[in-house]
Design a protein around this ligand. Structure first.
Ligand code: ATP
Ligand code: MG
Length: 255
């Protein structure tokens, strides 16, 4: 049965999409069956998987509103070797249109039920907000991966996210756990980054992944070619970091 992970942080630009795309490609390269769910109207995860978001006639928007089925929405990322439930700007409307629907927080969870046996991992790329789309991600997931930059305000934002996870656990999804915190765009020469990193480890201990994703230009370039970094420059530090993260995830799952 699939392990469902929401990749979330309400702070923008911390590396959620980069992590989702490159973790999906790394797990797929390790022969795992992976589905990437793009829950962000920006559609960056869709484009980064080599799928043109402007050409789509069926997206996560239609899935959430119930006007299309999962097989109708699903695409295959040929470059990444995983499946994708893609998104584009139309998804921004879903938030308002879902308000009057029954069980609006659990629509993604319900849609994914039908494919739980087809995948080993389902990775959900959430938008930078604690909105109804993100709530759908948190209700569908078994655990949350939190990418974060080790900056001054990072810890403050983290407490809002941890509180939201607590509320979701209390009211909507009792099984939800924090899978781990991932340090992204890390620069070891930066003293503040080192300091925040230490504080993170003090607060969250084992929940902080050993893998650290360095700031790496190959990671930033890869989406402009519509490629995961593994197929853009496998030897790069960024590519190696996401392969290591996939290994760490597999190890944690095996325990
Ligand atoms: P949003 O909140 O807008 O969805 P995000 O959290 O998904 O953003 P990304 O889109 O993954 O963040 O990353 C933000 C920017 O930083 C992108 O231009 C991306 O290419 C770049 N980036 C992400 N990770 C790294 C890294 N480790 N090294 C260098 N650049 C990176
Ligand atoms: Mg993103």
């Amino acid at each position: 049965m699939a392990k469902i992970l929401a990749i979330t942080n309400q702070k923008g630009g911390v590396g959620k999409t980069t992590t989702t795309v490159n973790l999906a490609a790394s797990l797929a390269a390790m022969k795992k069956r992976v589905l990437l769910v793009d829950l962000d109207p920006q559609g960056n995860g869709t484009m980064g998987s080599g799928i043109e978001k402007r050409d789509l006639t069926a997206t996560v928007y239609h899935l959430l509103l119930g006007s299309k089925t999962l097989p109708e929405v699903r695409q295959h990322s040929v470059v990444g070797k995983y499946d994708v439930l893609p998104a584009n700007r139309e998804l921004a409307g879903a938030e308002i249109e879902m308000v009057d629907l029954q069980q609006r927080e659990t629509r993604l969870r319900d849609a994914l039920q039908t494919v739980m046996e087809e995948y080993d991992y389902i990775l959900i790329d959430c938008p930078p907000a604690l909105n109804l789309l993100t709530l759908n991600g948190l209700c569908a997931a078994r655990s949350v991966m939190i990418p974060m930059q080790c900056e001054y305000y990072a810890l403050e934002g983290l407490s809002d996210l941890v509180n939201t996870i607590r509320k979701v656990r209390a009211h909507l999804n009792p099984h939800l756990e924090i899978e781990g915190l991932l340090r992204t765009m890390f620069d070891p020469r930066n003293a503040l980054a080192q300091q925040v990193s230490e504080q993170l480890q003090q607060h969250f201990g084992e929940k902080v992944y050993r893998t650290v994703v360095p700031r790496n230009v190959r990671l930033a370039e890869a989406p402009s070619y519509g490629l995961p970094v593994l197929y853009h420059d496998k030897a790069s530090k960024g590519s190696q970091a996401y392969l290591a993260l996939a290994g760490e995830l597999l190890n944690n799952s095996a325990q």
